[in-house]
Structure formats: C-alpha cells, structure tokens
Write a protein that binds this ligand. Sequence first.
Ligand code: NI
Length: 160
Amino acid sequence: MAIRTIIKEGDPILRKVCRPVTEFGEKLWTVLDDMADTMRSADGVGLAGPQVSFLRRVVVIDVGDEHGLYELINPEITYRSEETQHVQEGCLSCPNRWGMTTRPMRIDFKAQDRNGNWYEVKGAEGLLAQAVCHELDHLEGKLFVDIVEEWLEPEEEQAK
Ligand code: NI
C-alpha cells in the first residue's frame, strides 16, 4: 500500500463527473488499498476516487464503527430520509475549512465490492449517512463547500 497525493480544492479534477468502474482486478485493488491508506494517514473518515486523481466511481469510508472499512464501487443512494441532520463538515481536499451542512439523517445505499458483487446497506445513520452523501457528491464533481450554510471559524471545530 502507498499514500497518494490528495488533490486540493481549486484543481479542476475535483469538478469532473466520474465514470463507472468496469474492471474488477489488481489495478482497482491497488487503488482501493492506497485510498484506505491515504485516508487513514490523513485522519479522514472518507475518500473518493477523484481526490487521488482516479476519475472512477470509487469511495472508501471508515467512520470508526464496528464495521470498519467500507469500499463502495459504483455506489448509489437508494433512500434518503426526510428527517435531516445539521452537521459540521470538512473535506481532506479543503484543509482547515469547516462548515455546517444539512444531510439526511438516514439513508440506504447499494454498491459493488472489490470483486464486483453488489451489496446493500439499509438504515445507515448519522456520520455514516453524512460520509456516504459527502463522498458520493465527489463522484459528481461536487464539494461540500457548495452546500455549506454557515462557515465555522477554525477554533470552533469541535475536538474529535
Ligand atoms: Ni471530501
């Protein structure tokens, strides 16, 4: 595994719409392993393909729950609760910027695993729901800065 450079806000790569993954093999697995390594070394909870210049529909998430690492290939959100959460959000591509966003409280999503098998997660809540929404936005070329409702001063960032 290797740590890759995280692309920062302002780079047009982050504004591209990513293409589906069609090949499930060594090349994809290396990217996935590197993405998990890169996310963890940066102390993040999620990372999307374009953030490491890989313009395919690939996301890794680890919110520190009992599940551990999620690998989402070609993911789709299949349900969003009407109930929302007003949450603090940041992004590894936007260092030292924090703001409040509104995200669904609960979602269902489906994705393929690294071997191409589909799985579905029902009732993802809280931080996991927020992270999946945030990372899937990256695959559409969207950043959380587009939907921030209120910026936080750096000292307002809650200690994690
Ligand atoms: Ni991000």
